[in-house]
Ligand binder design. Structure first.
Ligand code: PLP
Length: 388
């Protein structure tokens, strides 16, 4: 490659990812970028910045710019901004709703998001409406009636794996002047591109599959329109509220992204096979996974997703809390830990985390499928299910 940077329009995203966004360091010829640890950048004798792009690292640094450019290309978006965690990204977007405004959020989504939105809205005089989004007509009606400033979806939802119709919801949001943001963490941008379906913003917890190695916290927001009012606010929030990703974490994220397409391919393939195995298992009551033909939104998921259905699934075990915990406790290869999107498969009893009143069934185990050999994953679940 003679150019310092491969040009995005000519290449498949897998190729862009494999090169970490492309290019080599002009000064050294290194094929991976250096970690810029400086927080501040010098001015010359006439007080001009030596490099006009660099003043202070809360505003910008080369690694942010490179990583954000790569993610914006993956999403088919105009611009991205990295944040210190998924929650920091969510907070910046949620704060676009001013006091007196309304936020309509899908119910039954990631518990941390629900909790944060409830607390933020209560103390900021924002009306929060929580509604099931897979019941399309009801949700559309809610948009028309409540006239929200911001609509929050999570596709697929965690841990129920429900799938909302982004196209129809985006069209109603446009009609009513609402901003639509989709948390597509559980899908990854390789499988679901909400901006192409009409959403204004898409966000990911980069802690999950984007990085993929369970060794950093990060978040990212991408906009369809770099000139929108919502985007101006999010950009300003990142800079002024200061929830920036550290340089080392940004470097790790860019390294993780190099293998995203391979990891997603394997994780999706494993998840599909594991869901099929669990679906026919006599000790399993229900499997929640949009890739199963029996999933209520399977056709919708097929119409929005490409190359798979994500690597998150939930299984309701025959019996109650005791049986679910027994199965989780008997697993050898799966780690009993929260989170998702890493190379290692994880199992979690969400009821233990969220508790009474959360609506989480006591017999539900959430499974994040990793890149192990599928035979080992199936064998481990099979032996664990045999203890009940
Ligand atoms: N969105 C979803 C769907 C998640 O599952 C999580 C965390 O589990 C988050 C957002 C929050 O991300 P973070 O833990 O990086 O703050």
């Amino acid at each position: 490659m003679s150019k310092t940077s491969p040009s995005a329009p000519d290449l498949h995203v897998d190729s862009l990812l494999a090169h970490g966004g492309g290019g080599f360091d002009l000064a050294t010829g290194a094929v991976v970028p250096p970690i810029q640890t400086a927080t501040t950048f010098v001015r010359d004798e006439s007080y001009e910045l030596r490099n006009p792009g660099h003043l202070y690292s809360r505003d910008d640094n080369d690694l942010f710019v490179k990583t954000e450019g790569l993610i914006a290309a993956l999403e088919g978006g105009a611009e991205s901004r990295l944040f210190a965690s998924g929650m920091a990204a969510i907070a910046a977007i949620a704060r676009t709703v001013r006091p007196g405004g309304t936020l309509l959020a899908q119910s039954g989504i990631y518990w941390g998001t629900t909790l944060f939105l409830r607390k933020l809205c209560a103390r900021s005089n924002v009306a929060l409406v929580e509604t099931e989004a897979s019941e399309l007509e009801i949700f559309l009606e809610e948009i028309s009636v409540t006239k929200p400033d911001l609509v929050w979806l999570e596709v697929p939802s965690n841990p129920f794996l429900k799938v909302a119709d982004i196209r129809s919801i985006a069209a109603r949001c446009k009609e009513m002047g609402a901003v639509l943001c989709v948390d597509a963490t559980a899908a990854t941008p390789l499988i679901l591109k909400p901006l192409n379906l009409g959403a204004d913003l898409v966000m990911h917890s980069a802690t999950k599959a984007l990085n993929g190695h369970s060794d950093l916290l990060g978040g990212v927001v991408t906009t369809a329109d770099a000139d929108s009012e919502a985007w101006a606010f999010v950009r300003e929030e990142r800079k002024l509220a200061g929830a920036v990703l550290g340089s080392f974490e940004t470097w790790l994220l860019l390294r993780g992204l190099r293998t995203l397409s391979l990891r997603v391919e394997r994780m999706n393939d494993n998840a599909r096979k594991l869901a099929a195995f669990l679906d026919g298992h006599p000790k399993v009551e229900t499997v929640l996974y949009p890739g199963l033909a029996s999933h209520p939104q399977h056709e919708l998921a097929k119409s929005m997703m490409t190359g798979g259905f994500g690597s998150l699934l939930s299984a309701q075990i025959n019996g109650g809390k005791g049986e679910a915990l027994k199965v989780a406790g008997a697993l050898d290869l799966f780690q009993r830990a929260t989170s998702l999107g890493g190379t290692e498969s994880l199992v979690e009893h969400r009821f233990t985390i969220e508790g009474e009143g959360s609506g989480i069934p006591e017999n539900l185990l959430r499974i994040s499928v990793g890149i192990e050999h599928i035979d080992d994953l199936i064998a481990d679940l099979d032996q664990a299910l045999s203890v009940i």
